[in-house]
Design a protein around this ligand. Structure first.
Ligand code: NAD
Length: 338
């Protein structure tokens, strides 16, 4: 039986991935700082679930060993654990020290013990947030081609840490022959993702606001709403991740995202249309925002879109689900949670 570890398996992407691996017949070890998964039954997504803090090297060492203290030669290790959240968490500046410190320690530990355990392959989830701010000033024409990452100029400390950790995993690959796969996820969304509490990302936040609003009310959208993004549905993210992980020729870094770019106001309009309600959009920015929340409106870069040319060239697969289908599923799921 093949063995996999999902680090961050108590999270959104980790939960879906672990479930998929278990269905495929893998023996799955799940690790997360959370006691349990908010939306999955632990038996559905793991054979063993370890609640542990991956910033602690002793915990990580234990994760890679069996009960006798011998390293387990895992076939697939997915490193998804990170101290992260949506714009309200990573772009305000208020969590920068924790984001950098915690995620860097997790990655240092995971790269080191993956090497000592001689695992067959490690996947590292980097982010579109590593791309330079100066290439994402025009909402209609952002450049997120993989080769544009350097000279580096991410607009957040979250992005800088991801860039450092990409380099960390590639260093272990160069010096110790650790087989790594590094992908840059672009806004993954869907059911069973964080949708409230401050760490939710734009698609979940916008659909939740629409689901909560009554007919004739308005919803608040941060910034002028002209900022653009693309969003990839969770099922396609898992498919792309596994296709990339299971080929032998290309280690990345490569984008995993959708090329269907949309402005945040249009995303809100899409969710409103799905709801069938009459809802106005209230854009909040500048002094009004600062007065209300106490920090500058954290809208991130002006434009961002995945460039999937390299993924298609190397892996031969394209994401094709329409955004509206994914937002419809997410809207229904959030309604069921309210
Ligand atoms: P998530 O927050 O749902 O999952 C991350 C998990 O890591 C959480 O369950 C969290 O409890 C766990 N974790 C945090 N600190 C930990 C620690 N010290 N020890 C053990 N576990 C810890 O996020 P997600 O959306 O599933 O993202 C997974 C990965 O993909 C992350 O590395 C994230 O940075 C990356 N990523 C996600 C997106 C996206 O749109 N969701 C985009 C780009 C990159």
């Amino acid at each position: 039986m093949k063995k996999a570890i999902v680090l961050g398996g108590g999270g959104f992407i980790g939960g879906h991935l672990a479930k998929k691996l278990k269905n495929e017949g893998f023996w799955v070890k799940n690790v997360d700082i959370k006691k349990t998964h908010e939306f999955w039954d632990l038996d559905d997504i793991s054979h063993e679930y370890i609640q542990g803090d991956l910033t602690d090297p002793k915990v990580v060492e234990r994760v890679f060993k069996d009960t006798e203290g011998n390293y387990i030669k895992f076939d697939e290790v997915y490193q998804l654990a990170a101290d992260m959240g949506g714009a309200g968490y990573i772009f305000t500046g208020e969590n920068d020290a924790n984001v950098m410190h915690n995620s860097a320690l997790i990655n240092l530990n995971v790269a080191y013990y993956s090497h000592l355990a001689k695992v067959k392959r490690v996947f590292y989830s980097s982010s579109a947030c590593i791309y330079p701010e100066h290439n994402q000033m025009d909402p209609n024409n952002p450049n997120c081609e993989e080769s544009s990452a350097y000279p580096a100029n991410p607009d957040s400390e979250y992005g800088w840490e991801k860039l450092f950790s990409e380099r960390l995993f590639f260093s272990f690959s160069r010096n110790y022959n650790l087989s790594v796969r590094v992908a840059r996820f672009h806004n993954i969304f869907g059911p069973k993702g964080t949708w409230t509490g401050g760490k939710e990302k734009a698609p979940a936040a916008v659909t939740r606001k629409v689901a909560e609003a009554n007919n004739g009310e308005s919803i608040e959208i941060w910034g002028d709403g002209q900022q653009t993004r693309s969003f990839l549905y969770i099922d396609e993210c898992i498919k792309a991740t596994q296709l990339f992980m299971r080929q032998d020729d290309f280690s990345g870094p490569v984008n995993i995202g959708s090329e269907e770019m949309i402005s945040i106001n249009n995303l809100a309009k899409m969710a409103i249309e799905i709801s069938g309600k009459k809802i106005e959009i209230n854009n909040i920015d500048g002094d009004d925002f600062k007065k209300k929340y106490g920090f500058k409106c954290p809208t991130g870069v002006r434009g961002r879109n995945s460039d999937n040319t390299l993924f298609y060239e190397k892996i031969g697969w394209k994401t094709d689900k329409k955004l509206i289908e994914g937002i419809t599923n997410t809207y229904k799921w959030i309604l069921s949670q309210l």
